[in-house]
Write a protein that binds this ligand. Structure first.
Ligand code: 3HC
Length: 701
């Protein structure tokens, strides 16, 4: 960013001083912008302008404070002071918003006297997603403007609202089509002509109070351990109970306290990590291949989800199934998925009809796949079945078509090798339900061409996914690590913990669901098939194994879909009641293995689970399966319910301290030195006094 005058351009248009922010790409409120706003207001006053218009150059109004400045010593002028200065101006100050007015951006708008926006503008106070609360009097001004409950809804969820909703809530005064400069100037001229008064929100009466303690507790509970949404309640309480300036000081104190927390660090790490995953040296200057028509082979839950996602992204889809009946069922599944989008207003009825009738083609013949730019196979997870599909595909796909397998464990090299074009083959590992889950693992085989990888990322972007590059191994990044920490949990069960204690301990840690509730949701038959395959391949004799989960499957209990698994779902999916058949199976297993059960504390459960996760993740990074630690973090955040406010397992590990974790792993290895072998990368980092974040930085150059 340049000087203040460059960051905020000043221009006079008659009686109106126009302040145009120029800090691409998102007009973040860095130091020069803040200084530029102060200087611009002062100049407008000195020059005798009657009104000031503030808007953003490029694609957006201010998208918020400059997150890159967080954690560094704050630089003057501070944002709350800039807001106060704007509001205190004797001139009429108008904001014209387009793009996104977020966080400090909306707080600037709230300190101007009138607000206008284009219909497509979006606004919000998303600070909770960064582990913070609004810190430039947003918690004081917004409730004065729209009332406590509506303001708290916006702050505690961090959701974005559109211009129309903002207008109906009273956040803005007017919505008009046009450029922000045009609509802002016209509005300011009108205000001058009508002698409109200044309208400082801080001078509006304090809002009506609510039951603060009850609301605080409810929001805290909803946050599953995240503290910042609940702290919004305390800051807004200040708006009701304190004079404006003291309310601002109270907000500032809470903001500063949160700035020092691990939660703030974790969430900001997550923010930048999810933007860094697609930035790979091998993709620099590489153009993706064209993408207009795709084909999906297999219309089960996964294939239909992928097809839905592709249709929603504007691609045409050919769905191949084995029989017309199976194809019709696939179409029903896709239509079912799309009707969800229809209900949520993401598409209208005409869109629904177009997607299901024109953009989707059903077929039972491979010959119809010859026009597809990219084909995704989503058939049964069995190597021979997949190879057969790829042989047929190789015979019909057009030259240059990308051939993708949606396998979640199998060797993509082996699949690619049955084709005459292994450079066109890659893995696209979607997560179920594929039209909902944001994660996409893009699996690069030995001979995958860079532009094929780039095409995978381009597809992910179009579908609105967070795509992570992964190398080939059993389970890639996510499922490989999952398999390891799940084993750690299984070992704890053998040694005396119950699945229910483990789920509860990990949910208290912040996971959306504990591992056994997740297993029930995914289907216990999946893990059963993997165990059978691994046993058939030959387990290492030092590996611990257990049979209780197999017995559960043999009894026909596959989890939610059969009504019983670790839990009994007779009273509904949410009412998780332990299945009484489980404990006796576990006890029988312990007895057969001669294990005397011992008690586990919740802390030990979390520590062992996390240590196993971090240790395997370090191996995954050390072997190059994940390029950087941040790729693991994003995978676990988006595919495995890892609590975002902890940043991801390797960010968590950095904050916990790697030496202590390694020491614990060495301690566990004294009981089981096969499972708990420390990852070489973890040992290396500790020996060199480095962190995973250092590796992220080295990779960024
Ligand atoms: N500060 C610094 N950099 C930011 C930024 C911010 N507030 N917002 C976005 N960026 C950067 C991104 O890191 C990215 O950089 P890169 O190109 O080097 O990767 C670039 O701007 C473009 O961002 P996106 O790739 O995310 O672009 P999109 O167009 O997809 O999204 C956006 C734009 C909706 C503005 C999205 O970036 C976003 O949600 N940004 C964060 C907004 C936010 O959280 N604001 C509140 C900040 S906290 C605050 O204001 C505190 C105050 O109350 C005191």
């Amino acid at each position: 960013m340049g000087t203040a005058a460059q960051a905020v351009a000043y221009e006079r248009k008659g009686d109106i001083a126009v302040l145009k922010a120029q800090n691409p790409p998102v007009n973040a409120l860095g130091q020069a912008v803040r200084q530029g706003l102060i200087e611009g207001i002062a100049k407008a006053e000195d020059e005798g302008a009657k009104a000031v218009l503030i808007y953003g150059d490029g694609t957006t109004y201010f998208a918020g404070a400059d997150i890159r400045e967080f954690g560094k010593p704050p630089l003057e002028p501070y944002l709350p002071d800039v807001c106060n200065r704007i509001e205190a101006s004797p001139l009429i100050v108008v904001s014209a918003m387009h793009g996104t007015a977020l966080g400090g951006g909306l707080e600037i708008a709230l300190s101007t006297h009138y607000r206008i926006a284009v219909p497509k503008a979006r606004m919000g106070l998303p600070e909770v997603h960064l582990g913070l609360i609004p810190g430039a009097a947003g918690t004081q001004r917004l409730p004065r403007l729209i009332g406590v409950e509506k303001a708290l809804d916006i702050m505690t969820t961090g959701r974005q609202i559109g211009a129309e909703e903002a207008l109906s809530l009273g956040v803005i005064d007017r919505v008009t089509e046009g450029t922000p400069e045009e609509i802002g100037l016209a509005y300011a001229e009108e205000l001058i002509a009508s002698n409109a008064p200044r309208r400082p929100v801080s001078e509006m009466p304090a809002p009506e109070p609510i039951d603060w303690d009850a609301t605080y507790e409810a929001v805290l509970k909803r946050g599953r351990g995240q503290i910042s949404p609940a702290m919004c309640v305390r800051a807004v309480q200040g708006a009701c109970e304190l004079p404006f300036d003291e309310g601002v000081a109270n907000e500032r104190r809470i903001f500063r306290e949160l700035m020092e927390t691990d939660q703030r660090q974790g969430m900001i790490h997550a923010f930048f990590a999810e933007r860094a995953v697609g930035k790979l040296p091998e993709l620099k200057g590489v153009e993706p291949r064209p993408l207009a028509a795709i084909a999906v082979i297999g219309g089960g839950t996964m294939g239909s989800g992928i097809a839905t996602s592709a249709l929603m992204a504007g691609l045409s889809v050919t769905m191949l199934e084995m029989s017309p009946e199976a194809a019709a069922k696939a179409k029903d599944r896709i239509a079912g998925n799309l009707s969800g989008a229809l209900k949520r207003g993401k598409i209208d009825q005409a869109g629904f009809d177009r997607l299901t009738e024109q953009a989707l083609t059903l077929t039972t013949s491979y010959d119809d796949l010859g026009q597809a730019d990219l084909v995704i196979e989503a058939v049964y997870e069995e190597m021979e079945v997949k190879k057969e599909v790829f042989r047929k595909l190789d015979a019909v796909a057009m030259p240059g078509a990308v051939l993708a397998t949606n396998t979640s464990y199998l060797d993509v090299n082996e699949i690619a090798a049955v084709t005459a074009r292994p450079e066109d083959v890659l893995g696209l590992h979607f997560f179920s339900p594929a039209h909902v889950m944001k994660l996409l693992e893009i699996v690069v085989a030995d001979r995958t061409a860079p532009e094929v990888l780039a095409t995978g990322f381009a597809l992910g972007k179009r579908m609105g996914k967070v795509s992570v590059r992964a190398g080939v191994c059993d389970g890639f990044i996510g499922n490989r690590i999952l398999s390891h920490y799940r084993s750690a949990a299984d070992h704890m069960i053998l040694d005396g913990a119950s699945p229910y204690q483990i789920d509860a301990a990990l949910e208290a840690f912040g996971f959306a669901m504990g591992p056994y509730a997740v297993a029930d949701l995914a289907g216990l038959d999946i893990g059963w098939a993997v165990r059978k395959r691994r046993r058939a391949e030959g387990l290492d004799p030092r590996a611990r194994d257990s049979t209780y989960a197999d017995r559960l499957c043999e009894a026909g209990h596959f989890g939610q879909k059969t009504g019983k698994g670790y839990y009994d779902y007779a009273a509904g999916a949410k009412a998780r009641v332990p299945n009484p058949e489980v404990e006796p199976l576990i006890e029988a297993d312990r007895a057969a293995q001669g294990i005397t059960p011992r008690a586990f504390t919740d802390d030990e459960i979390v520590r062992r689970y996390m240590a196993a996760m971090v240790n395997e993740a370090a191996r995954v990074v050390g072997e190059g399966i994940a390029r950087r630690p941040l790729d693991v973090d994003v995978t676990l955040l988006y595919g495995y319910g890892f609590p975002r406010y902890r940043g991801g397992p390797l960010k968590w590990a950095d904050m916990e301290g790697l030496p202590g974790l390694l020491e614990d792993i060495r301690g566990y290895a004294r009981q089981d030195d096969y499972f708990w072998q420390p990852a070489p990368l973890l040992e290396k980092l500790v020996a060199e006094g480095k962190t995973f974040e250092d590796l992220n930085k080295e990779a960024a150059g």
